[in-house]
Design a protein around this ligand. Structure first.
Ligand code: ATP
Length: 341
């Protein structure tokens, strides 16, 4: 097991620079999730660490070892891909044991390791099946088995659950997290799924345009976003951004250009009572989500969304009062940086 360090990494494809002077340290045993919009460089960061893509500049370390110029198979890293990349003509046992076979591990030892890994993943009864005779979740487990059996220094997972349906995804998410805790292997996980990022990560790395915007625990990113980009990217539904001048008289917002209020923190005054910052709005749309509802409101040329739990839901077209506690507000300067008031 080892930590990982990207040191001043840049990467260009032709003229296009997709990663810019990036520094990142991941501790031994840590579960780190990369998130960011499509094209921000998540997969490229993983592929450079795996050795599948050369860096344009900088160094990469696994533990104390500088692996920048080391071939992929000598980096002792396992990668799990979205499409699982299983060999269709091989059985589950052969797929799981393939890496050990390449390493020249003797048959008996290999068989024992395959059996142990398969048991750990609940695949014990399926060892002689071919991938086509497995469900999506079972295939995903075989891919995990192939990664685990080599006892690598790190697991790299690129959207490993995105081919599964929602229910199986939730289930596998918990399984992967539990397995990683048990094995204690440093893991980097790329996902588009907020719930996966928030629930699995020890720390999340938010990327935009090849630049790290913030690194922190899920709670830190949610409650103390470093800038408007992170504030808008983490949390669903997205934070409401409103011009600070609207609140000049009600809030000490000097220097702030915008105020951010999460839908969880924007309240309906008819339900919560008078709020320190409060104003009238009209309900445009109510989206029921079972136990709660998203209420979309408009005031002047602004729009906002609030999350409504128990009690009487407002109706479309209704005139209401909304508000928030000043302590729940986030302030952003004109350049997007979070602004302490
Ligand atoms: P997604 O979430 O859509 O998978 P990502 O964050 O993983 O995106 P990357 O796949 O790392 O993004 O791509 C980063 C940028 O580099 C993109 O603009 C992409 O078009 C570009 N890119 C990636 N691979 C190549 C390549 N082989 N040749 C040229 N450009 C590339």
């Amino acid at each position: 097991m080892s930590g990982i360090r990207y040191q001043n990494i840049s990467k260009s494809f032709g003229e296009v620079e997709v990663i810019r002077s990036l520094d990142l340290e991941i501790a031994e045993g840590e579960f780190v999730v990369y998130v960011g919009p499509s094209g921000c460089g998540k997969t490229t960061l993983l592929r450079m660490l795996a050795g599948l893509e050369p860096v344009s500049d900088g160094r990469i370390f696994i533990g104390d070892r500088d692996v920048t110029d080391v071939s992929p198979k000598e980096r002792n890293i396992s990668m799990v891909f979205q499409n699982y990349a299983l060999y269709p003509h091989m059985t589950v046992a052969e797929n799981i044991g393939f890496g050990l076979r390449l390493q020249g591990v003797a048959r008996a030892e290999r068989d024992a390791a395959v059996r142990e890994t398969a048991e750990m993943l609940g695949l014990g009864g399926l060892l002689e099946r071919k991938p086509r005779a497995l469900s999506g979740g079972q295939r995903q487990r075989v891919a995990m088995g192939r990664a685990i059996i080599r006892q690598p220094d790190a697991f790299l997972m690129d959207e490993p659950l995105s081919n599964l349906d929602a229910q199986l995804r939730n289930h596998m998410r918990t399984e992967i997290k539990a397995l990683q805790s048990r094995l204690g292997t440093t893991t980097i996980y790329v996902t588009h799924d907020q719930v996966e990022a928030m629930t699995m990560a020890d720390r999340i790395v938010v990327l935009n345009g090849g630049v790290i915007q913030q690194i922190g625990t899920p709670d830190e990113l949610y409650s103390r976003p470093a800038n408007r980009f992170v504030a808008g990217f983490i949390g669903a539904p997205v934070m409401n951004f409103l011009p600070a001048k609207k609140f000049n008289t009600a809030l000490p917002a000097e220097g702030a250009a915008e105020i951010g209020i999460r839908p969880d923190d924007l309240k309906l005054c008819q339900k919560e009572g008078p709020m320190p910052v409060q104003w009238p709005a009209r309900v445009e749309l109510v989206e029921p989500l079972g136990g709660e509802a998203l209420v979309h409101v408009a005031f002047g040329d602004q729009r906002a969304c609030l999350k409504h739990r128990d009690g009487v839901r407002p109706a479309s077209g209704e005139e209401i009062e909304i508000g928030f506690e000043p302590g729940d507000a986030h302030f952003f300067a004109a350049d997007g940086t979070a602004h302490a008031i």
